[in-house]
Design a protein around this ligand. Sequence first.
Ligand code: SAM
Length: 308
Amino acid sequence: MVTSGRQETEMEYRKARNLCIRLAQTVSAKIGCVQAAHPQARYALEQVELLREMKVDDCGIEATGVIVEITAALAEVLPKFIVGDIDEAGAFASLREVVGPFWWARLMQEPPMQDYAKSCFEFTRMLPHISGDVLEIGAGVGNYSQLISKIPKKYYRTDIQRSFLTGQYSKNEFVYDFDAKSDLRNLDMVVSVNGLHCSRDKTKALRNMFEVLKPGGVIVLAEGEPIVSLSGEPWALGIIFSIVSGWWAVGGFETRENWISYLKASGFESIGTSRLLESAGNGENQMLDLGGLIWGYRSSKVVSSAYR
Ligand SMILES: C[S@@+](CC[C@H](N)C(=O)[O-])C[C@H]1O[C@@H](n2cnc3c(N)ncnc32)[C@H](O)[C@@H]1O
């Protein structure tokens, strides 16, 4: 059974979207007609092409803060990366240098990115599982960690990058790669906010999570949607993250339908989804589907032989 619901965001995505469209137009004007050689540069170029013809909408007050700083810096760095003047490491280093460590650290911690963690927390705090043993994977900068940290009986906070594990939100922190099997067992809940799309093989990674859960345990993912409107509009912030592999999946998000298939293939059932929506601002009551939550349960019944 698949159930669904919805939740709405503020206007932060639309403000960010406008800046990303302007960024794509600037980059496009600087690079002209090129073919990018490096796979990530190809992804960046693809995002530029998807966004450059789009119109900036009138959503009121201009964006401020980190999104302004990052898109301004990317207008310098991205063209050099796409045409091959600098490689991935060089692009990343230049970006950090141009924006500085303060803005760089804030990039993932402000709306609209934070909306995914908030909606995940709003949902998970209603589940009885949250009071039990909980594993967060791809916990990174900690948007969700800071909300949940004091609630579970035991809260394991993990990421593939040690630098994110500062002890700030949990005493039980360790490096864990969700593409590998875990020794943990009998947990009540596994949760990940914009993390699992980075996995090499989604079904295998979800199967690893199935195995750490107890019967009746739940997995909750918050993930963005690659296409946000019926007219095929891309999730605009892909252009920002196009040069950050490892921290972000280069290649972008997976569709909700794909996640449902991966969850089913890994043995989960009673799958549900909810949408994170924002007004398209075109005066026609259309909504942008920014992705949202996908969850599934490890059956409390006897596990069928197909999944053993
Ligand atoms: C886009 S960030 C999301 C961070 C955090 N969940 C949040 O929303 O604030 C993705 C995170 O997944 C981590 N990650 C990427 N690949 C991973 C893997 N194979 N195993 C575990 N974590 C991984 C990255 O290091 C990064 O911290």
